[in-house]
Design a protein around this ligand. Structure first.
Ligand code: FPP
Length: 232
């Protein structure tokens, strides 16, 4: 019986290439990508995963063509609003992880509504990273620490409490789809000991069965945290 990781993080990549392969506009890949995500969220819920974090829009993604950026933002708002009641009914807790200062008011209002409605839920913690980057996360933590602890030396534990994921465990398993094997500025601090699973499948084709493969792979890893095999 496979042990299910407590926290799974996913870099959902390959939407554009999925669409291109089918002679469709890139945005069609994002639409299909959201449907794939819905199935993965449901599957995580069924499996009893406690935390699922998805990289939906990286800080560097603002550099994409304006039309694609605004499409993606509207798509996320629309789907979040549409799925909210069901996610709430399934006891999921939704959180936004990222810089709240640059996304639109509509986006903030949609995500705040989702966060408020689900704040006391105790099932799957579903983190949506938008305008997020690992370097941004570290810098915003440092800036807050400087204000609150001037001239003090701080520990790793204190530092982690200032990250946008404060209070949440680090991911044990990170999945990146589409054959790329990069971290791309995702959760740089939090991934220190994560197992990294790279799938060749484009995100819109990523199924619950693919997730099961990744979890089975994770179960065959020996997580040593610096120790030797004999010490485990
Ligand atoms: C990467 O593919 C995918 C994205 C930049 C968008 C991912 C976002 C979603 C699936 C929406 C999530 C929705 C909610 C409500 C959380 P790419 O465009 O970089 O693909 P490419 O590398 O093939 O060009």
């Amino acid at each position: 019986m496979n042990q299910v990781p407590r926290h799974i993080a996913i870099i959902m990549d390959g939407n554009g290439r999925w669409a291109k392969k089918r002679f469709l506009p890139r945005v069609a890949g994002h639409v299909k990508g959201v449907s794939a995500l819905k199935k993965i969220v449901n599957h995580c819920n069924t499996l009893g995963v406690k935390y699922l974090t998805v990289f939906a829009f990286g800080r560097e993604n603002w550099n994409r063509p304006q039309g694609e950026v605004s499409f993606l933002m509207r798509l996320m708002i629309k789907r979040l609003d549409k799925e909210l009641a069901e996610l709430h009914q399934k006891n999921a807790r939704i959180r936004f992880i990222g810089d709240r200062s640059r996304v639109s008011h509509e986006f903030i209002s949609s995500i705040t509504n989702a966060e408020n409605l689900t704040q006391f839920n105790t099932g799957l913690n579903f983190n949506i990273c938008v305008d997020y980057s690992g370097q941004y996360d570290i810098i915003q933590a440092i800036n807050r620490i400087i204000k609150e602890h001037p001239a003090e030396s701080i520990t790793e534990e204190t530092f982690a409490n200032y990250l946008l994921t404060a209070g949440q465990p680090n991911p044990e398993l990170v999945i990146r789809s589409s054959g790329e094997s990069r971290i791309s500025n995702f959760m740089l601090w939090q991934l220190a000991y994560s197992e990294l699973y790279f799938s060749t499948v484009f995100w819109p084709d990523f199924t619950p069965q693919e997730l099961d493969h990744a979890i089975a792979w994770y179960n065959n890893r020996e997580r040593r945290f610096g120790k030797t095999s004999e010490q485990l």
